[in-house]
Ligand binder design. Structure first.
Ligand SMILES: *Cc1c(COP(=O)(O)O)cnc(C)c1O
Length: 387
């Protein structure tokens, strides 16, 4: 038995501190924003190395708020990778703009800067790299495009809180804004929905805070329309307990990834990343992981450990029969989603994302996983794939 994730293990190690924080909020009855949220925001500013961190209701709302803050709307375009979680693109449609899909890099599975370049038009209002699975997109190439064109970068760092780019900066602090999620399965998870938006721009921060609360400033005066994107104190209190442990959890995930890589290689599986054609000689492709991180040890925080296998759906089913939990992030790229059919995209423009959608399989990587469990997963994958 190897579950994909077991949140109870983490809770049990922090139980007394978390329970005390929950009771503190209960006693205070300061339920929304307030001192717990201020404490979380200051701690996140310090950890992420940003001037402003603003607590929000979810990662989805962070993206929505980022688009609203830039007045993105009808007639505008926002460039996003077609291979990501739905919110990255869904929020573009929600503000009335057009999401423009581009393909991803086969090694990192992150947005391809050359494809971004080709997708830019006079209507492009933002570029949204997603640091998928906890690995940074190519921020040097993207920031160069942003500098040259003046188009802002909004980082979808929902899966990558703490990931460092090559120069040591944390993702979410590099573009104009960074969007984070504290959904319970993320590396830093709350006890429900919560999120964060970051920026180094002082004026933008004022606007984001105002938008978070119906555009209200002062009380009951609204110069522009915002929404209720506030974070609950109870989530902030839990997150403040967890944040000091985040680096050790990242380290445990990286160690687990290194163990996977070692065991898969010992089992004779290819570790060559970035193979665009999934030939029959490649049984299992591992993520570009441990070796690639040599120069910046935090380059990947492994929110997911995503391998690529042939006959993925059958492999997944057999793993489930052996009690091994897996998930497919993500089976349907945006250009294949029914809700985006009217945008008129065809499969031919997205060969890498299509190949990934058909082959990716995320296996257990949570910090408390044991080496014996990793061995069980590797053995099972190899036996199943080899028949
Ligand atoms: C989780 C996630 C989101 C949305 O965050 P929620 O807090 O669930 O709303 C957005 N983008 C990506 C890439 C995510 O993984």
């Amino acid at each position: 038995m190897v579950p994909l994730l077991d949140l109870k293990l983490q809770y049990n190690t922090l139980k007394s501190d978390i329970d005390a924080a929950l009771l503190r909020v209960a006693a205070s009855q300061a339920c929304i924003l307030g001192p717990e949220v201020d404490a979380l925001e200051r701690a996140c500013e310090q950890y992420l190395g940003v001037r402003h961190a603003i607590g929000l209701s979810s990662g989805t709302d962070a993206l929505l708020l980022a688009y609203m803050a830039l007045n993105i709307g009808p007639g505008d375009e926002v460039i996003v990778p077609t291979f990501s979680f739905f919110a990255t693109a869904g929020c573009v449609s929600r503000v009335g703009a057009r999401p423009v899909f581009v393909d991803v890099d086969p090694v990192t599975m992150n947005i391809d800067p050359a494809a971004v370049e080709r997708a830019i038009t006079p209507r492009t209002k933002a570029i949204v790299p997603v640091h998928l699975f906890g690995q940074s997109a190519d921020m040097d190439a993207l920031m160069a495009i942003s500098l040259r064109t003046g188009i802002p970068i909004i980082e979808d760092a929902a899966q990558a809180i703490g990931t460092q780019w090559r120069d040591g900066r944390r993702v979410g602090s590099i573009g104009l804004m960074g969007c984070f999620s504290f959904y319970p399965t993320k590396n830093l998870g709350a006890f429900g929905d919560a999120g964060l938006i970051t920026t180094n721009d002082d004026e933008l921060a004022v606007r984001l805070k105002q938008l978070r609360n119906h555009g209200m400033e002062p009380r009951y005066y609204h110069a522009f329309v915002g929404g209720n994107f506030r974070i609950d104190a109870i989530q902030a209190a839990v997150l403040c307990v967890k944040l000091p442990h985040l680096e050790s959890w990242h380290a445990a995930r990286r160690a687990n990834a290194a163990t996977y890589e070692k065991l898969f290689i010992e089992a004779g599986v290819s570790s060559a990343p970035g193979v665009t054609e999934f030939t029959s000689s490649e049984l299992v492709l591992l993520p570009a992981s441990v070796n690639a991180t040599a120069e910046a040890p935090n380059h990947h925080i492994f929110n997911q450990y995503t391998i690529r296998v042939q006959n993925r759906d059958a492999v997944r089913k057999q793993l489930a029969e052996r009690g091994i939990g897996t998930e497919i992030y993500y089976p349907v790229p945006f250009h294949r989603q029914q809700c985006f059919a009217e945008l008129g995209y065809t499969d031919a423009s997205f060969p890498i994302s299509n190949a990934l959608a058909d082959t990716v399989l995320s296996v257990p990587i949570f910090p408390e996983l044991t080496s014996a469990q990793i061995d069980e997963v590797v053995t099972a994958v190899c036996e199943i794939v080899r028949g």
